[in-house]
Ligand binder design. Structure first.
Ligand SMILES: [Zn+2]
Length: 313
């Protein structure tokens, strides 16, 4: 059993929170994609809302560089990322971003481009897009990486890098997990390839305390509560080192939230409501039963604050 450790997310209120948005498809008519699709009309209106709200569009690199050098991040920074490299990005969203000079990062599912799957962009189109935004890696075969052996995962990443570099002429700086799925082994293997940043779709904001190898993004679709997503703040949790053994007593305190309870997601069917006494909470977790991502996710009832705790790497 791997032991659980502490990703301390503390004193976050002292730091500014940036948001990284994650989009997929644009104007797709098929209802089965509704969780990953947004109309270009809504996309444009989100951009305009963000602008009106005083948000600043920045590149993903500028956020990750700030994270790496522990520099302050602009509280109003927003970065747009788009996964998979669907043709609909090229046709619908790219022109909007290009014309408005808004930075973005496109995360490429390499096999789909290599094998010319119908819904996807071509390498030529990706090259054109790279003049205006960053191009990141999104695996070769777009599998659930937690189901691959270490060798399979290394091969997938090596294959993806080889094709990407052959076509693009440079090494991608960032990596985004397919479906946002990972665990500690996946994280360590992808990290060993030396990417500047690794992107999840764990919902939340980023600030100077965030881990560049586990960056939160807010998944956007037609159905997302946009205003709520963009208002999410990191929960300032301080955790005490848990006891040794399979059953851990998790004790901690919360600094920037004054409610009476906090929720913690342990596993499917095991979401607990913890009482806060002067901001302090305590619960016992059977490590064998923690969800597949080996994470505890803390959040408030109104979903405005979130934090997570992951195994030590
Ligand atoms: Zn994807």
């Amino acid at each position: 059993m791997k032991y659980f450790s502490l990703l301390f997310i503390f004193c976050a209120s002292l730091f500014a929170d940036a948001h990284i948005l994650c989009y997929h498809r644009f104007d797709d008519p098929k209802p089965k994609y509704k969780h990953t699709n947004i109309s270009s009309k809504s996309f444009l209106s989100q951009i305009n809302l963000l602008k009106a709200d005083g948000k600043k569009f920045v590149s993903l690199s500028s956020i990750t560089t700030a994270l790496k050098t522990s520099k302050q991040i602009d509280a109003n920074a927003v970065s747009i990322t788009v996964d998979d490299a669907y043709k609909s990005f090229y046709e619908k969203a790219f022109p909007i971003l290009r014309d408005a000079k808004i930075p973005f990062t496109l995360c490429v599912y390499v096999e789909a481009i290599d094998k010319k799957y119908g819904d996807y962009m071509t390498w030529e189109q990706i090259k054109e897009v790279s003049k205006y935004g960053e191009i990141a890696l999104h695996s070769y075969a777009h599998k659930d990486l937690t189901k691959l052996t270490a060798d399979e995962l290394k091969k997938d990443t090596t294959d993806a890098l080889a094709s990407f570099e052959k076509h693009m002429g440079f090494k991608p700086k960032q990596y985004a997990y397919p479906f946002g799925l990972y665990n500690i082994d996946v994280k360590n293997t992808i990290k060993s390839f030396g990417f500047e940043a690794i992107l999840t779709v764990d919902s939340g904001a980023v600030n100077v305390q965030s881990d560049v190898n586990q960056i939160e993004r807010v998944a956007m679709s037609e159905e997302t509560d946009f205003k709520l997503s963009i208002a999410v703040k990191p929960l300032d949790i301080t955790l005490q080192k848990p006891n040794a053994g399979a059953r851990k007593t998790i004790k901690g305190s919360i600094q920037n939230y004054t409610g009476k309870t906090i929720k913690v997601y342990v596993a499917k069917g095991d979401v607990r409501t913890l009482e806060l006494k002067e901001g302090k909470f305590e619960t016992t977790v059977d490590m064998a039963k923690v969800n597949s991502k080996h994470k505890l996710i803390f959040y408030t009832d109104d979903h405005r604050y979130r934090a997570k705790l992951i195994e030590k790497d």
